[in-house]
Design a protein around this ligand. Structure first.
Ligand code: CDP
Length: 208
């Protein structure tokens, strides 16, 4: 079974994907980590994530086993990720690693922006997880403050809006709900409720 989980930043898709992987005994790939790692590598080298040559070189040099899981979670890495992710050449380099992961005979859960549309268009179940801009800003604020980053609500909200616009507006693999994806709006749901709703969707889809 392949489960595709897509959605905008801080929608709760990562948490839902984690619980789905545990419940169904599947391996999980958070594909955002790949773009974050490439974005961070460009920043670390003193480059501009919007510079295509720098981003492509970083994507080609990416070592999946050497990704610093803590540093890639910073807001700077998130912004850099969405800049490198807008570049078709970078996406082409990262496509193979994602498809290889999904080819695992035991199945897999992948979460990102284009899993249901581009990476795994034949996934057995697709979820599109979303939430209001306010709810997403509140969640990301908590996460970033937990990391010691100081940022106010309005500044973060503007950053998230800008990232949404870049992810949805790019020409290559824009963020959008696949026609056959189930919509899961987590605005009014806590983690347990969102997870339970996702389980219901997947269980129902498996019965068909
Ligand atoms: O954690 P958060 O939802 O904020 O972001 P993420 O899933 O780690 O992804 C970071 C950025 O990578 C996104 O804003 C996208 O621009 C890009 N991305 C993408 O283009 N395609 C994917 N499959 C995953 C991430």
């Amino acid at each position: 079974m392949i489960i595709a989980v897509d959605g905008p930043t801080a929608s709760g898709k990562g948490t839902v994907a984690k619980h789905l992987a545990t419940r169904y005994g599947l391996k999980l790939l958070d594909t955002g980590t790949l773009y974050r790692a490439v974005g961070l590598a460009v920043l670390d080298a003193g480059g501009d994530p919007a510079d295509e040559a720098a981003a492509l070189a970083a994507a080609r040099a990416l070592d999946l086993d050497a990704i610093d899981q803590d540093r890639i979670r910073s807001s700077a890495a998130g912004t850099a990720a969405s800049k490198v992710a807008a570049q078709p050449a970078v996406r082409a380099v990262l496509l193979k690693a994602q498809r290889d992961f999904a080819a695992n005979p035991a199945g897999a859960v992948l979460d990102g922006r284009d899993i249901g549309t581009i990476i795994c268009p034949d996934a057995d179940v697709k979820l599109f997880v979303t939430a209001s801009l306010e709810a997403r800003t509140e969640r990301r604020l908590k996460e970033l403050r937990g990391r010691g980053e100081t940022i106010d609500f309005e500044t973060l909200k503007a950053q998230i809006e800008e990232r949404d616009a870049r992810d949805m507006g790019r020409a290559d693999a824009p963020l959008r709900q696949a026609a056959d994806a189930h919509l899961l709006d987590t605005t009014a749901l806590n983690v347990e409720e969102a997870t339970a709703a996702a389980f219901r969707i997947v269980d129902a889809a498996r019965e068909v």
